[in-house]
Design a protein around this ligand. Structure first.
Ligand code: SF4
Length: 500
């Protein structure tokens, strides 16, 4: 038997259809069901012999089944989120009743931001990790005393102790980590992961950690991944690609789910040189900074689609959120993507600081001008731990403290004196309608469906979900219009699933 604690790494079944967090940057219940891979949990899973990674929601594992599974383990590593936290506490209580000797660590951004509150919330939690937790939980499972593990907080003699921070991993250490895809192969079914704009089935993993950009709303670089951009070597990434191609012959594409994939030109060119002979299709996150030469190399290396956070078509709003990009850069980037044949899924946010009725209208026009393949429009959401959250709280624009309702659906919680949440929601609704109900966009979607039977079925289901969501949004807008000012209802489709 391996000389480590038998460890269960859990992305918990907080709510039905909840995309909880172990690589979802916006933890929430999605109305159009979709899940990201629990990438962060795969690394300790790969370093701990005898462990299991359980991603409950996409695999439809219930609370009861999770409790039953956890009874056979000595150590539970649970990736919690602010939205799922209260539910995760209830689950761990039940797990602990069934398996009283179990040790429990809570990992992820929530504990990083609020280690004291997290520990005070339940005696069931033995320790909380701060920052990257790959080695923190492995060291515990190997028997290292809590006092000697960097980057954790724990309880001692009734007091909370915060150990010194853990240094972030850089290239050599990142290359030494196991491949996330080895754990997918061991513990997950890749067909369970569906994201509307990616080909199905896809496999995703990271080639780097962190993002140097300072976008005020973006949670991960402000919590666990940081602003220092740290990369795996190109050879190491290419080796994982080869492994994934062989391990998953049914896979339609790889998604490089880095905070931002295309930060540095020379690295992108180096990667693409290694990708080209492997002849595989891939998509990635991207900022609008890459020039034509880089994009051409990416297209030649197999790139199919980028997820790009354009956020707004208003120059001042881009400055307000420290996007570090301009509308002109976005235009040039889109023009070059079109030239080299790479598609773009564009993310936009309504309700950022400085938003007005006019800026919403301008952003809709801007999106139509860019004419991305698909778009996603979200209401601004100020996650705890972000600059946006502090700013909105300070300025008195956080109207509802709760981030989500009892089902994990996002609640609208930002409102400006000149722009109500109902008006912002109407803006989201109008955005989708004006964008998608254009003949050329409708034809683009139908053309896609005509060529591919599998895609046809998927697009049909998504279209049905989209129309259902659209009618729920309309109902919500009417309720808001009729409701007293303090009524709180969750917003259909407000949750962003965008990753950049
Ligand atoms: S939104 Fe994208 S570019 Fe901005 S900080 Fe987050 S990951 Fe980086």
């Amino acid at each position: 038997m391996p000389d480590v604690m038998k460890t269960l790494l859990l992305n918990p079944p907080s709510f039905e259809n909840f995309d909880g967090g172990a690589s979802s940057r916006w933890p929430a219940t999605r109305e159009i069901e979709s899940y990201w891979y629990p990438v962060w949990l795969t690394y300790p899973a790969g370093m701990l012999p005898g462990s299991r990674l359980l991603d409950a929601s996409p695999h439809k594992v219930s609370w009861k089944q999770t409790i039953e599974i956890a009874k056979d383990y000595e150590f539970l590593v649970l990736f919690t989120s602010t939205v799922g936290f209260a539910s995760d506490l209830k689950l761990t209580r039940l797990i602990k009743e069934r398996n009283p000797g179990l040790k429990i660590a809570f990992v992820g951004p929530h504990g990083h931001i609020k280690p004291d509150e997290t520990l005070q919330a339940s005696e069931d939690i033995d320790f909380v990790t701060r920052g990257e937790f790959d080695h923190s939980v492995v060291e515990f499972a190997q028997g290292k005393p809590l006092a000697e593990i960097a980057g954790i907080s724990y309880r001692k003699d009734g007091k909370i102790v915060h150990n010194p921070d853990r240094a972030q991993l850089h290239t050599v250490e990142l290359d030494a980590l196991p491949f996330a895809t080895e754990i997918y192969k061991r513990d997950l079914e890749i067909e369970r992961y569906n994201v509307p704009f990616l080909l199905h089935p896809f496999v995703s993993f990271y080639t780097s950690r962190g993002c140097p950009a300072l976008c005020t709303f973006c949670m991960w670089p402000q919590t666990i991944s940081g602003h220092a951009w740290r990369v795996r070597s190109a050879e190491n990434v290419a080796r994982e690609v080869k492994f994934a191609i062989e391990a998953f012959p049914q896979m339609k594409e790889i998604f490089f789910d880095d905070d931002t994939f295309n930060i540095r030109k020379d690295r992108v060119l180096e990667l693409c040189k290694l990708f080209k002979p492997l002849k595989f299709r891939w998509s990635s996150t991207a900022r609008v900074h890459s020039d034509y030469e880089t994009l051409k190399a990416m297209a030649d290396g197999g790139a199919r689609l980028f997820i790009v956070g354009f956020e707004s078509g208003d120059a001042q709003i881009l400055k307000n959120i420290k996007k570090g990009a301009t509308v002109e850069m976005a235009r040039t980037f889109m023009k070059n993507c079109r030239k080299v044949g790479i598609r773009v899924h564009g993310d936009f946010i309504i309700g950022l600081p400085g938003e007005t009725r006019e800026s919403i209208a301008n952003t809709i026009e801007f999106a139509k001008e860019l004419d991305c393949e698909t778009i996603q429009v979200s209401l601004a959401h100020a996650m705890p731990g972000t600059e946006l959250h502090d700013q909105m709280a300070r300025d008195g624009f956080l109207r509802v403290e709760a981030l989500a309702d009892s089902g994990g659906h996002q609640l609208p919680h930002i409102e400006f004196p000149h722009l109500s949440k109902a008006e912002m929601m109407a803006g989201v609704h109008r955005f989708y309608d004006e964008y998608y109900f254009r003949p050329k966009v409708a034809w683009r979607i139908i053309r896609e469906a005509l060529w591919d039977g599998h895609e046809r079925k998927r697009l049909y289901h998504e279209a049905v979900d989209f129309l259902k969501l659209r009618s729920e949004r309309l109902k919500w807008a009417r309720q808001q219009h009729d409701a007293p000012a303090k009524t709180v209802v969750s917003v259909p489709g407000a949750a962003a699933s965008a990753n950049d």
